[in-house]
Design a protein around this ligand. Structure first.
Ligand SMILES: *Cc1c(COP(=O)(O)O)cnc(C)c1O
Length: 396
């Protein structure tokens, strides 16, 4: 049998520490490796496979569109792109959409839009406030926007125009960082990669009020939290506010690479030529995202996340009571972290892998569970069972 992992180490840039398994097939919440072993997937392509793997509505939409029309450039009108934009607008508080290919692109677009807004309406204000432990993507600008030093250090000097060392869940820190150069504040409703950090219930409301009082924009990065992951279609709905700009990607295409930048009419200041993309909103990716969004809305998948997410949290709380080395379980919906009192996350991940459960290492001392949005109590029971089994091996 081909040793794909050895070939990878020879040919691929070594930018990520991979889990030693080669996946060849997926269906629903399950994946199989090249030796035929089955796994329950609580990583879901990093919170991407919202409808699980190879969902028939996604597969059909892609296949049919691929047979019909794949790419035209944005010089022309195409139907799936307009359908997706309408679907997003009719089911959110937003008025206009720009479709791109990934999360970082959506955020780049958001920051460009906020800068245009600053040029036009705020006397040239350009700076965007972001928070410590945020994650906004891997381009140079989004690296600068990301409030984690480990992403900055290798790439200094970084683009200017970001104030990224502001404490999360602290309105006073935002107030103190705001100057006449500030055009926007960019936040995740719940911080994902940076630790699954859930803010106080009134934090976003206070930020919204602050933005209104200063006339600056609120950008919500819902790349990880959008499309139902927190148990509501959009994260902002849980906090009783509306952003001026919102970005989406991960769950939008259930695995088909697509991102979206959405804005209220009042913030939608791009003019022809200001922004663009060769592939963005291509018929195939747009058709896939339409299929995903229609399915999520019609079947109340976010309602499933809310219900089953509570069940997951109850199961994890029981594990926390049982194992004293678990210091915290936290999160909302299907974005959940388990924190340990020492750096055992990699060992836990490997033990779970051995027993057929895929989990994500969030940091040396914490794992993250981000299952497909379609899993039910049965899959939760299976996952909790494996975790229980694994944790019992860590009792000293
Ligand atoms: C994953 C992620 C991004 C970056 O998305 P890419 O598609 O990897 O560029 C940005 N913001 C948040 C909150 C994310 O979770």
């Amino acid at each position: 049998m081909t040793d794909w992992q050895e070939l990878e180490s020879k040919y691929y840039m070594q930018v990520v520490v991979r889990t030693p398994v080669t996946l060849v097939k997926g269906e629903g919440a399950r994946v199989w490796d090249d030796k035929g072993k089955e796994y329950l997937d609580f990583v879901a392509g990093w919170a991407v496979n919202s409808l699980g793997h190879s969902h028939p509505v996604v597969a059909e939409a892609v296949a049919e569109q691929a047979r019909t029309l794949v790419q035209t450039s944005n010089q022309y009108y195409t139907i799936p792109q307009v359908q997706l934009a309408e679907l997003l607008v009719k089911n959110s508080c937003m008025d206009r959409v720009f479709i791109c290919n990934s999360g970082l692109e959506a955020n780049e677009g958001a920051v460009k839009l906020a800068r245009r807004y600053g040029h036009i309406k705020l006397k040239g204000a350009y700076e965007v406030i972001t928070t410590i432990n945020s994650f906004h993507g891997r381009s140079l600008a989004m690296t600068a926007a990301t409030g984690q030093d480990k992403f900055h250090t290798p790439y200094i000097p970084l683009p200017v125009g970001f104030m990224s060392s502001v404490k999360y869940n602290d309105i006073e820190a935002i107030k103190a960082a705001t100057t006449d150069k500030t055009c926007a504040i960019m936040l995740e409703p719940v911080q994902g990669e940076g630790g699954v950090n859930v803010p106080d219930d009134d934090y976003l409301k206070k930020v919204r009020e602050w933005c209104d009082s200063k006339g600056i924009l609120l950008i919500l990065d819902e790349i990880q939290t959008g499309i139902g992951r927190l148990g509501a279609l959009w994260g902002y709905q849980l906090y009783g506010i509306e952003p001026d700009i919102m970005t989406l990607a991960k769950g939008l295409g259930s695995g088909i690479p697509i991102g979206a930048l959405l804005a209220k009419e009042s913030a939608s200041v791009f003019a022809p030529g200001d922004h663009g993309s060769t592939f963005g909103g291509n018929p195939v990716t747009s058709a896939a995202a339409c299929a995903v969004l229609e399915y999520v809305i019609k079947n109340d998948i976010h309602g499933n996340v809310k219900k089953v997410g509570q069940y997951l949290m109850e199961g994890l709380q029981k594990l926390k009571k049982k194992y004293s080395f678990i210091t915290e379980v936290r999160g909302r919906g299907f974005l959940v972290a388990i924190e340990f009192d020492n750096d055992i996350a990699q060992d836990v991940l490997m033990a779970c892998l051995e027993k057929g459960l895929l989990v994500n290492k969030l940091k040396p001392g914490a794992i993250r569970l981000i299952p497909p949005l379609i899993v039910g109590n049965k899959e939760i029971d299976l996952a909790i069972g494996v975790l229980d089994d694994v944790f019992s091996g860590f009792v000293k």
